[in-house]
Design a binder for this molecule. Structure first.
Ligand SMILES: [Zn+2]
Length: 168
């Protein structure tokens, strides 16, 4: 079961677990806007109606345009650990335009997850030269650092590693 979190300005921000929403309420970071009085949630010290919508007391500026630092693990995570050329299990990073040919080394758009076999096949060539086709379009992930910090969301709640790495 999940709870919608609103910014102090009433704009929807995120969906979190009810447990996380209760923590936000008990730590006085959020107030309940809408609750299901028919279902009580028990905390160590009290019982409260299941929060369906909570609102943060402090306004959170969400930096949608903030850049996420590039990392190998971030690329693997972004691509779901699947090879961008054959969709097999990936455990290496391929530079689409090889760095030896002037390709950017630490660029989200010039790197994809790749299996070792495809990486070795492609070697020092561009995909076109190697006759290999990209199955995905590499993109730059967006960070939600302020949001993650404000909500205290953890990996257990399904956030990808690259997002956690960006907010560490
Ligand atoms: Zn492959």
């Amino acid at each position: 079961m999940n709870t919608l979190v609103l910014n102090a300005s009433y704009e929807p921000l995120a969906v979190v677990s009810v447990r996380r929403a209760v923590i936000l309420i008990l730590t006085e970071k959020a107030v309940v806007e809408h609750a299901d009085a028919g279902k009580l949630i028990r905390s160590a010290t009290r019982e409260l109606p299941t929060p369906l919508v909570v609102r943060l007391l402090r306004f959170v500026r969400v930096p949608y345009r903030r850049k996420v630092p590039w990392s190998r693990s971030g690329v693997l995570e972004r691509d779901g650990r699947r090879c961008a050329y054959c969709a097999g299990r990936a455990n290496s990073i391929d530079h689409i335009v090889p760095t030896s040919r002037g390709g950017a080394a630490r660029s989200w758009r010039n790197t994809v997850a790749a299996c070792v076999a495809c990486n070795q096949d492609k070697a020092d060539r561009t995909p076109a030269e190697a006759g290999m086709r990209l199955l995905i379009e590499p993109f730059e992930p967006k960070a939600h650092r302020a949001l993650v910090l404000a909500l205290g969301v953890t990996a257990a709640e399904g956030l990808p590693d690259w997002l956690l790495a960006a907010t560490a």
